[in-house]
Design a protein around this ligand. Structure first.
Ligand SMILES: O=c1ccn([C@@H]2O[C@H](COP(=O)(O)OP(=O)(O)O[C@H]3O[C@H](CO)[C@@H](O)[C@H](O)[C@H]3O)[C@@H](O)[C@H]2O)c(=O)[nH]1
Length: 456
């Protein structure tokens, strides 16, 4: 058993999209389970830390967690082009020096050497850094098991399909990889097929580094994917720990966003409302927004819309005004609670992994409009494998395609079947987080792993 006062877990965040939040939630959960003497340092860019840590880089109620800012790589006076990959490219350019330098400063300031690196899996350089220091690296993969397995099989995929090859057959399935016979070439993240951007090279480096991690942690649960996928992961990684569905810490007022969302929902009959959210990173293009608005209005479907991008809100201003008696638009919704609310009947989603897991735990059927990364794979699993939602005809929103999707999920017989299927998956999730469930046991192993090394 270690002298816990010497235990110092350094967590490194990838500061984009929803990535920093689940890592911080994991750190909070670990800090609550570990001895109060264990020190947790959370390294992230200043911009991202300001959103997560309300007061001087501390979290109320978590005295053993402290945030530290690392450089974001943005040159002074830099004017952004609007390309969402630009800040990511600049940040990648600043790594790993930014984390290395700040960690050294913190060790110097506190006199407490790092005893474990717990990082977003994207931060591939942690493999080498942890080995140099002589401590374990624990990687947190914020998406699901299927995409990580595909990343780990990048070389196999490229050998079979060719890189940057225009002749790739989009309908071909990946049946040459264990457990992937339902996945099509069209579902693959572009970064697997095209290794020519800083971000795709980061993901490739990650796929080479992850087998060196002491463990890879996922917000997922046993039984959600084919055993062949789990076995392939086990054969490639030293340890894989599904610890989900992760509990959410209580929300503060700001996180609660729309404030009266839940009481507004409670004024509606069961399963009557459509909840709409496309996560933290994207807004559909204007014609698709209009198609969605048209169908909601035409079908008189009450809606709760988490519309985050204020610069695009004017596109739907007329619609929001005309429908204000049946719809509610907010900049941020308490999504976990919304998806568990009995008045919500469908979730219109981009299929980000956190949204999919929250939809399963809320028992909520989905209408899927994926855009990038792992989202197309998640849509494939939701619609074709788990059968807990539907995609939209043609892959993007059109009024006719959406009308059919709403009819199927909210008003049709198939909607009942979908609800039955989601109930079974939810049951699996509930079993995993019982006292003796696999996710609970995996979390206990994780606590042991991150706190079992001391500095001496
Ligand atoms: O009004 C809102 C809107 C979102 N959320 C939360 O924000 C998170 C969104 O996460 P996710 O569904 O994973 O979407 P993104 O923010 O788009 O996540 C990025 O990161 C994920 C994890 O790696 C990937 O699966 C996605 O494709 C990628 O876009 C979820 O926990 C939601 O509950 C709210 O609480 N309220």
């Amino acid at each position: 058993m270690s002298a816990e006062k010497n235990v110092h877990v350094a967590a490194f965040a990838f500061p984009f999209g929803s990535h920093p939040t689940p890592l911080l939630h994991l750190v909070q959960r670990l800090a609550a389970a570990a001895s109060p003497a264990v020190r947790f340092s959370y390294f992230n860019t200043a911009g991202s830390n300001r959103k997560l840590f309300p007061a001087a880089n501390l979290l109320p109620g978590h005295d053993n967690i402290k945030a530290y800012d690392v450089e974001d790589g943005v040159p002074e006076g830099h004017v952004f082009s609007g390309n969402p990959l630009e800040p990511i490219g600049l940040f990648i350019g600043a790594t790993p020096q930014n984390f290395k330098k700040r960690l050294e400063e913190v060790v110097e300031e506190t006199g407490s050497k790092a005893t474990c690196l717990l990082t977003d899996a994207f931060l591939w350089f942690a493999a080498e850094m942890a080995e140099e220091i002589g401590i374990p690296w624990v990687a947190f993969w914020t998406a699901g098991p299927t995409p990580i397995s595909l990343h780990l099989n990048t070389d196999v995929i490229l050998a079979k399909l060719g890189q940057n090859d225009d002749k790739q057959n989009q309908d071909q399935t990946l049946d040459f990889i264990p457990g992937m016979s339902a996945v099509h070439v069209a579902d693959l993240p572009q970064e697997i097929l095209h290794l020519d951007t800083p971000f795709s090279r980061l993901l490739y480096s990650m796929s080479l580094a992850l087998p060196r991690a002491a463990a890879v942690v996922l917000n997922s649960f046993d039984g959600i994917v084919d055993a062949a996928v789990e076995n392939d992961l086990k054969s490639k990684l030293r340890k894989i720990l599904n610890v989900g569905p992760s509990p959410h810490p209580p929300l503060n007022e700001e996180e609660r966003g729309g404030g009266d969302c839940l009481s507004w929902l409670s004024n509606h009959p069961a399963a009557a409302v459509a909840y709409i959210s496309f996560g933290t990173m994207l807004t559909p293009p204007p014609p698709e927004l209009s198609a969605l608005a048209e169908v909601l209005e035409e079908k008189k479907i009450p809606y709760l819309w988490s519309f985050r991008d204020n610069s695009k809100r004017h596109l739907l201003e007329g619609f929001f005004e005309r429908t204000s008696s049946v719809g509610k638009v907010v900049e941020w919704a308490p999504q976990v609670e919304v998806l568990a609310h009995s008045s919500v009947g469908v979730f219109v989603t981009h299929c980000g992994w956190n949204s999919v897991v929250e939809s399963i735990t809320g028992g909520m059927p989905m209408i899927c409009r994926p855009f990038f990364g792992d989202q197309m794979i998640n849509r494939r699993l939701v619609e074709d494998v788990w059968r807990i939602g539907v995609g939209v005809e043609g892959g993007s929103f059109s009024a006719s395609g959406l009308a059919k999707a709403f009819d199927v999920v909210m008003f049709g017989e198939k909607g009942k079947e979908i609800r039955g299927n989601i109930g079974k998956l939810r049951e699996c999730a509930n079993i995993a987080i019982e006292e003796n469930g696999t996710s609970t046991q995996n979390f206990k192993s994780l606590v042991g792993l991150v706190t079992s090394y001391d500095q001496d």
